[in-house]
Design a protein around this ligand. Sequence first.
Ligand SMILES: [Zn+2]
Ligand SMILES: [Zn+2]
Length: 250
Amino acid sequence: MKQHIDTAPVWEGYRQDCECPMCLLHARAENANVSYFLGESVMEPSQRVEVNEKGFCAVHFKRMYDVGNRLGLALMTHTYMKQTSKRLSDIASQARQAAADETGKPIFKRFGGSRGAGFQGPVDALRAIEESCLICERVRENMERYMYTVLYMYRHEAEFPELFARSKGMCLRHYAQALEMAPKHLSGDLLKRFVDTLTDIETKSFERLDGEIEWFTSKFDYRNQDKPWGNSRDAVKRSINKLCHQVIED
Ligand SMILES: [Zn+2]
Ligand SMILES: [Zn+2]
């Protein structure tokens, strides 16, 4: 990668006290993309073509709806709807054909493993339309870029490894992404140090959260009601965010 490396957002993310700095960067990328697709640049013809082809998933349609730029969203949804209607007419004929084929089978062939096999095509096509999302695609690209930046900084920025070692690790999704990308961009002792450090803080974070969420449950015992909460008050939220990725916002 020879592009410009923007380290500022990663420094900023790693200076926050949180369970996964990558989740902060994920939220940042998601917000930027939601604003972008509701902004004027999306009216450019090439961008419209891509929107019409890929559309958005349920989560991101909802996010854009909640922002409230209804005219921009209406224009995009209208043309995406038109394009989807065209695809739907093909899928609809496949579904009708599958039903006709199934009905036309001799009785002894209507049972067994291949029953309803002709429906798989239209089912897959419908699911592909529903899941396809331009914002998910862009956020995935942004996150690859951010993870690459973390690895780059680990290698080139003298003070970063220490800050990284003081972080609380990552959520499982981003831990997996780090392990996937680390061997592509780091090697030798540096790779080992990065993976060992991350794995160490990850394991310790799970042990710490285990204790915090256990104390949360113990606080429901009347004998503990006057004892201090410590760090346990938001332990359920932080544990869920650690197990998946940041699904519950602050
Ligand atoms: Zn994360
Ligand atoms: Zn999406």
